[in-house]
Design a protein around this ligand. Structure first.
Ligand code: SR1
Ligand code: MG
Length: 408
């Protein structure tokens, strides 16, 4: 990794685009309107260059450290190359659901992508109380295409092995192994909760059955190279646009820098967890109907995954032993895994370093019950998924737990 490289600023991005013939063709410098740095994630710089007419351009640059913490936490900027590869691979499999990639600058770790200014981050829309219909279906469709198309089911064995080797992403996986799959139940100094939730966090640590499940999930994450998964598919990694004025609704899944060959259930689980968290917020605010709607997204995503994966199955590359029984076994495995990884993601978003605006922006008096509900629901998810791996059923039980915890 080079020690230094040019870091873009709002003052230098237009010149950067002008110097690159491919990018200058997408957005000629004379058409650049406003330039804004909008990165609100935990890792990167993101610039939106709007155009004086029509769509603009997005530049995303990986910093050599974790933005959330600063230079004290160095992080390979080569993660941007993993994201570029995932965007190419996933974009080929689900073109309407992934932003277009215009180019990748290997020296400066900059991705140039489609301007999605007419979309917004789904988490923000959820937090405002908006209900975008169909997005959860799109998530399931995307996960299924990626699960099939990048796996040994959808690729020749030699090409799949080459893709797997190229996607090894140890630094970003280590973040997940620590923050998602270790620290919630075996705390590090980075954890924090409201004083009122300290007993809830301790109950989690003392819950041997949940700790056992976390050990198994971490092992699965580290060893089960099923497909080139997104790796960070929470509601902040999804952009949405509602239908209006003849423009159709749209979903775009982005921010795939955590992509690697891992278990398919991880992507479903991250979506599930963030639906549960959205429901916790809604219950805390007394919006029970909206909370139930958010919980319904688990089944919506699962059904879309299930139907899409089954529809792709006839195209598998090797039907000699990958039979209908293999299909049933694989889908059954993903169902159980998804709920388990959802449990891990939900609990880490309450006690761990990287929390969610859904819960954090609630007043403390409401946040306490919402956080308690998510922790209790996630323990239920982790420990009952083997006997009840049905997304709709888990969602209903999570709803009862959240409602009871949020009711003061
Ligand atoms: C230090 S990075 C923290 C989190 O932000 C990313 O979006 C991932 O979710 C990661 O776990
Ligand atoms: Mg991200």
């Amino acid at each position: 990794m080079p020690d230094t490289y040019e870091i873009l600023t709002p003052d230098t991005v237009v010149d950067y685009v002008a110097r690159d013939p491919v990018l200058a063709a997408v957005l000629p410098p004379e058409r650049v309107g406003e330039v804004r740095e909008v990165g609100d994630g935990n890792l990167n710089l993101v610039f939106i260059l709007s155009a004086t007419d029509g769509p603009g351009l997005v530049l995303k640059q990986a910093l050599p450290y974790v933005r959330l913490v600063g230079p004290d936490w160095p992080m390979t900027p080569d993660r941007a190359a993993k994201e570029a590869e995932a965007l190419r691979s996933h974009g080929a499999l689900a073109p309407t659901l992934v932003p277009a990639l215009y180019g990748y600058d290997t020296q400066r770790h900059i991705l140039a992508m489609e301007d999605l200014s007419d979309h917004e981050v789904w988490r923000r829309a959820l937090n405002r109380g908006d209900r975008h219909e169909g997005v959860a279906t799109d998530v399931g469709v995307y996960v299924a295409h990626v699960a099939f198309g990048t796996s040994v089911f959808g690729m020749p064995a030699d090409a799949q092995k080459a893709a797997l080797a190229a996607a090894v992403n140890p630094e970003l996986c280590e973040i997940t192994e620590d923050l998602v799959l270790t620290e919630p139940t075996r705390p590090a100094g980075r954890n924090s909760v409201l004083p009122a939730n300290e007993p809830d966090a301790q109950e989690l640590i003392d819950d041997a059955a949940t700790v056992r499940e976390m050990g198994w999930l971490k092992w699965q994450f580290m060893t089960q190279a099923e497909a080139l998964i997104h790796g960070d598919l929470h509601t902040g990694s999804i952009m949405v646009r509602g239908a209006a004025n003849g423009v159709p609704r749209s979903t775009k899944i982005f921010d795939s820098e955590f992509a690697f060959y891992g278990p398919v259930g991880f992507d479903l689980g991250l979506a599930y967890a963030n639906y549960v968290i959205a429901a916790a917020r809604a219950f805390a605010l007394g919006e029970d109907a909206r909370a139930r709607w958010a919980l319904g997204l688990l089944d919506e995503t699962w059904q879309a995954f299930d139907a899409t994966f089954r529809a792709l199955w006839p195209d598998r590359v090797d039907a000699r032993v990958f039979t209908e029984a293999t299909l049933e076994d694989f889908i059954a495995k993903v169902a159980v895994d998804g709920i388990g990884f959802g449990a891990a993601e939900a609990m880490r978003r309450i006690v761990g370093l990287a929390k969610t605006a859904d819960i954090e922006t609630l007043p403390d008096a409401l946040r306490e019950g919402a956080a308690r509900g998510v922790l209790r629901a996630s323990r239920m998810m982790a420990t009952t998924r083997h006997t009840d791996p049905v997304a709709a059923s888990i969602a209903a039980r999570a709803g009862d737990i959240l409602l009871a915890s949020c009711t003061r």
